[in-house]
Design a protein. Structure first.
Length: 250
């Protein structure tokens, strides 16, 4: 069965988009069929692959103008782009009946073509994120190893709990992973331990280290494996992908 995973954390800049890009690219390298969906009006995921001003984007699909139209990023690797117009969608769709289910309905006819659908969420818990969490079978939470990163977690856990109760009973937080990790910093090590106490075996062993190549790759319009497959960033994301595959068969 297709694993549909929303990468969500309402805290900004924790590595959601970087992780969707590179987990997606890593899984495709490991021969899985992968679809990425950009649900963020900032369109950072789309821009990370060098796509600017996509004419056909998730926005038109959410408004009911057309079906999802993925573009190819390579072998086994597709993307549904976002566009800046998407920032209007929350308001425009706010009075529509069944507004939480729009992405789920759009995905239904195409999801079986893929092993993994990875959804990049915006740094908020509004209607776009709720659509992602309704369509998803799982949630991954990327976390930075800062004290404040843990403080905000109660809110997202509450929202996921409500969606599970009212809309999507099978939804689970199935993975938590640490990004921008610097093992030389005592604080990072301490927070990493606290995260383990909080989430137990949901925390992936792979930690994504702070690695400048991960910040540079998007300016070349590509993922870390095509940018520099020998850097820490590529090593860490590949290790994460292997754990993700081991978690559950697809
Ligand atoms: N492991 C890393 N090492 C170095 N830089 C990183 C790493 N992960 C992410 N970055 C950089 O940190 C910044 C924030 O990352 P990213 O855009 O992935 O976060 P985000 O959670 O998607 O942000 P937003 O909430 O705005 O959508 C970006 O400039 C990115 O290139
Ligand atoms: Mg982002």
């Amino acid at each position: 069965m297709t694993r549909i995973i929303a990468f969500s954390n309402h805290k900004g800049g924790v590595g959601k988009t970087t992780s969707v890009v590179n987990v997606g690219a890593g899984l495709a390298r490991l021969k899985k069929k992968v679809l990425l969906i950009d649900m963020d009006p900032q369109a950072n995921l789309t821009q990370s692959f060098g796509i600017k001003d996509a004419e056909i984007s998730i926005y038109g699909s959410l408004k009911g103008e057309h079906e999802l139209q993925p573009v190819s990023l390579g072998k086994n690797f597709d993307l549904v782009p976002s566009s800046l117009d998407l920032s209007g969608a929350e308001l425009e769709l706010s009075s529509e009946a069944g507004r939480e289910y729009i992405l789920q309905e759009l995905l239904n006819p195409i999801k079986d073509k893929y092993d993994f659908v990875l959804i990049d969420c915006p740094p908020s818990l509004g209607l776009l994120t709720i659509n992602a969490l309704t369509a998803a079978t799982e949630v991954f939470i990327p976390l930075q190893s800062h004290y404040l990163a843990i403080k905000g977690l109660a809110k997202i856990i509450e929202v996921i709990g409500k969606i599970k109760k009212r809309i999507n009973k099978d939804l689970e937080i199935s993975g938590v992973f640490i990004t921008l990790f610097d093992k030389r910093k005592v604080l990072h090590r301490d927070v990493a331990e606290t995260i383990h106490t909080y989430f137990g075996d949901k925390v992936f062993k792979a930690r994504i280290r702070d690695n400048i190549a991960l910040a540079e790759a998007p300016s070349s319009g590509t993922d870390i494996f095509r940018y520099n497959e020998n850097c820490y960033g590529a090593e860490d994301y590949l290790a994460l992908c292997k754990e993700i595959i081991k978690q559950k068969p697809v």
